[in-house]
Every structure is written in structure tokens, then in C-alpha cells.
Design a protein around this ligand. Structure first.
Ligand SMILES: C[S@@+](CC[C@H](N)C(=O)[O-])C[C@H]1O[C@@H](n2cnc3c(N)ncnc32)[C@H](O)[C@@H]1O
Length: 263
């Protein structure tokens, strides 16, 4: 279960604010630096830990540190949105299921969940909009900072477009996405791509965190239209065996974990 050293409260309408929420074990020691001569970078360190009890009663602690650079500029791709640590925590708590699995992250941005999946033994492809070269470069930077640049593939996938990259993906076991449904005009574009990938990989599922921003927004109609179903994964127990409160993790937002599959 992670102790998160830093968390950020965002929504799509306001600039990011950094808050200390009691979950943090360590401040962002790297502070702010210029990584590309253009943007200031702030590295945030996430420490995921958990205790395991063996059959003979002996306890061992596992821990995983992931460092994510944020760029202090106005683009969705360069912040760690509140949905990301929630999805990453869920994956951490189910990390045994990730070993050897083929995982694709859509709209990866700073890629915390995908990098965690790679560190936990999955074969991971990270994607962001094919038009957004800087986002893809930033994903590269995130993988390098965590030493997984040679394990992880980075490709451009633009929601709603059937680009060549989609057809170069091998078999997938799991598709993940954190805060992809943040703008209603792209909801169907995402669902179309997910439906396509799940048709090719009928045993896979799309696990995504969704931040409620308006009670009027819904993806249900598009899921029905494209032959998908959705269940809400309960998050009540997330972090229960650690000092992590999922409410704190969500930073006063309402975040859902959706498990989307073929009907
Ligand atoms: C709200 S951010 C979430 C980023 C990251 N997953 C997180 O939770 O911190 C949305 C992400 O979707 C990407 N995105 C936006 N429109 C897209 C599109 N049409 N196709 C693919 N990715 C897109 C953005 O570049 C950005 O990385």
C-alpha cells in the first residue's frame, strides 16, 4: 500500500495546486529543475509498500518507489491527475495478477499506473495522442527516470482514430486508463478504440479510473452502443491494510474504478 509523498489536486478548469494530505512520506526531494530548457520539472516520489505474512507467520515488507516528473505548464499530459494514484494503488494491491501480462495504458500522460505495472512484471505499452509529440517525449522521460525505458514500449494512439499503431499491438490482457473520460466530446472516441481492442482481445478488460466532474456526464450510452458492459469495482477496501485512506487519495474528488468488458 503506498505512502504517497506528494499529491496534486486538479480539475479540468483550474490550475494545479500542490497539497500535503498526510499520506506523504517524503517531500519531492528533487524540487524544481529545468529538464528541457523550456519547462520546469518537479519530480514526485510515490512509495508503495505492503506487508506480507507467510504461512509460518513471518512477515516481510515489499516496497516500490516510482518517481514521476511533472512539468509546470498548462497541458493535461504533464500532471499526475488524482485518478492516477488511485489506479496505481489498485494495481499494486493486485500486482500478483500483473506478472507476465500484456498491458496497454491509454492516455497515459505521466504514466504512473503503467510504470507501476511494468515494475510489477507486466509487459507494458504506454500510449498518448499520436499528435502530441511532447506528451510522448514526456512519457519517455518518465520511463527513464524509473529505469524501465528498455522494457516499455511507447506509441501514439489517438482515440477515435484507427492509426497503424493500433494494428501493431500484440495480444493484450489488460487495458488501463486513468482520467481519460475527462471531456465528454471524446467519450465515444475512447469507447470506440476500447471496443475495437476488446474485440481483438475478448478476454481482456479495460480498467479505468473516472473522476466525476458533472452528474450529467455518462459513458453508459456509448458502452451500450459499442457492445460493452461496465461494473464498478468497490474501492472501500483500497488501502485498508495500510495507513492510506482512499478518501485522502482522492483529494475530495469522487473517483470510480470501472471494469469495462465486452457484453
Ligand atoms: C486528464 S489527462 C490524464 C493523464 C494521466 N492518465 C493521469 O491520470 O495523470 C488526459 C490524457 O489523455 C490524453 N489525451 C487527450 N486527448 C486524447 C486523444 N484524443 N487521444 C489520446 N490521448 C488523448 C492527454 O494527452 C492526457 O495525457
Amino acid at each position: 500500500m503506498p505512502a504517497l509523498d506528494e499529491s496534486i489536486s486538479h480539475d479540468t478548469t483550474s490550475p494545479p495546486t500542490t497539497t500535503h494530505d498526510g499520506l506523504m512520506s517524503d517531500d519531492a526531494s528533487d524540487g524544481v529543475s529545468a529538464s528541457d530548457g523550456l519547462s520546469s520539472e518537479k519530480v514526485k516520489t510515490f512509495v508503495f509498500t505492503s506487508r506480507r505474512t507467510a504461512q509460518d507467520g513471518t512477515q516481510s515488507e515489499e516496497s516500490l518507489e516510482i518517481r514521476i516528473p511533472e512539468l509546470l505548464e498548462a497541458s493535461y499530459s504533464f500532471y499526475i491527475w488524482p485518478c492516477a494514484p488511485v489506479l496505481a494503488l489498485f494495481l499494486w494491491e493486485h500486482r500478483d495478477d500483473l506478472v507476465g501480462k500484456h498491458v496497454l495504458e491509454l492516455g497515459a500522460g505521466t504514466s504512473l499506473p503503467g510504470i507501476l505495472a511494468s515494475k510489477c512484471g507486466a509487459s507494458v505499452t504506454l500510449s498518448d495522442s499520436a499528435n502530441n509529440t511532447r506528451a510522448l517525449q514526456h512519457i519517455r522521460r518518465c520511463t527513464e527516470l524509473n529505469g524501465v525505458q528498455n522494457q516499455v514500449r511507447i506509441i501514439g494512439i489517438t482515440w477515435g482514430l484507427f492509426l497503424n499503431s493500433l494494428f501493431t499491438l500484440g495480444p493484450l490482457d489488460l487495458i488501463i486508463g486513468s482520467d481519460c473520460f475527462y471531456e465528454p466530446t471524446v467519450f465515444e472516441d475512447i469507447v470506440v478504440i476500447v471496443a475495437f481492442l476488446l474485440e481483438k482481445n475478448p478476454h481482456a478488460r479495460f480498467l479505468c479510473t473516472y473522476q466525476e466532474r458533472s452528474a450529467d456526464w455518462s459513458i453508459e450510452h456509448f458502452l451500450n452502443k459499442w457492445g460493452l458492459t461496465c461494473t464498478h469495482v468497490p474501492l472501500d477496501d483500497l488501502g485498508a491494510n495500510s495507513n492510506v485512506s482512499v478518501d485522502e487519495l482522492m483529494q475530495a474528488h469522487t473517483i470510480h474504478l470501472l471494469d469495462i468488458r465486452r457484453r
